[in-house]
Write a protein that binds this ligand. Sequence first.
Ligand code: SAH
Ligand code: SF4
Length: 377
Amino acid sequence: MNDKQIDLLNLDTHELTGLVQSWNEPVYRVKQLQQWLYHELVDDFDAMSNLPHPLRARLKAATTIGDLKLIATQDSADALTRKALFQMRDGQTVETVLMRYLDAPGSPEDSTDPPNVARRTVCISTQVGCPVGCPFCETGQAGYIRNLTLGEVVAQVLYFAREQKRAGFEMPLTNIVIMGMGEPFMKFNVTWRAIQAFTDPARLGMGARRVTVSTSGYVDGIRQLIEKKSQVNLAVSLHAADDALRDQLVPVNRKYPLRELMNACREYVHATHRRITFEYALMDNVNDSAQQAEQVAQLLAGVLCHVNLIPLNPTSESPYRRSPYARVLEFQRVLNRHNIPTTLRVEKGIEIMAGCGQLRQQVKRHSANVNALPLAT
Ligand code: SAH
Ligand code: SF4
């Protein structure tokens, strides 16, 4: 890749049409190209057999299919979760996770080919680092570098879609969660364009309800999402039900305090009739008491929602620890007593999933626990 090459994944349909027309090619080439890129999932222009050779040569010279280079991977002990670290054109790195869930209990070794995997969810990043700076989050602690481009966001999905297609799945991915590194609503426009790439039938064509976007509480973005009348799922990282504590744990709370956040959430439910998922990472003696569970119940009373309780995945440099399991269960009982539905994230992949950004830090620290591939030159 060189600086002058255009990343095709960075173009929406309108922009791709502009490129094709500027090359004096018929407009039906747009459909053909999108078919190869997003349905056939090819990453090689030579495979685009219905395009004339001169056009393929021009595409090869002037464009790229994504701009990510794989530099490290890491698998969970049960082999169902896989993290990938990619390097971008400017040398920055970004992390993506594939989480696979079995239909029935059993190890992947016993399973058929393709294995008995019911859900294949890819968790993607939107920024290098994150300016929100939550103190329990590896990404937040690493500092903020930049937003990703549309092409860099879409390429993360296509990488794992290709991998799962090779593994034999007709529908390579079942879900996309925008929950990796970064705050997706800081640059709403890029996130929205990515959601369109995932749901547009001419591109990935996934049902909007299979896509989830998680925000730390960017009220602006929640309102913009309402305006789009989209059916994507919204997750909000709550982690505390009082402003003083949330100012510490999720510093964007200083800009958008709980009252404003909850107003936006209520507007969202009113406008979309969709249930919101509130994420709550349980931290030992910080936000996990029964009294704090009561506060959460009060805050969420009357809001169509569901709470996802996540035992904290402790990061290397933060003082926060995971709550003891008994306290997690007690917290859950309090919410359930108030008729607030909850789930407890206990999947085995948690050790590499929660706190996206950890593989990036490990590679920086040259940890032995990752399959580092040679760095791009
Ligand atoms: N920036 C967005 C989306 C990415 S983070 C957001 O904050 O919502 C995805 C989820 O993982 C968030 O709920 C986040 O608070 C949580 N998280 C971050 N670090 C974690 C950790 N070390 N353990 C458990 N959950 C963590
Ligand atoms: Fe950013 Fe989300 Fe991490 Fe907070 S939890 S620092 S918002 S990525």
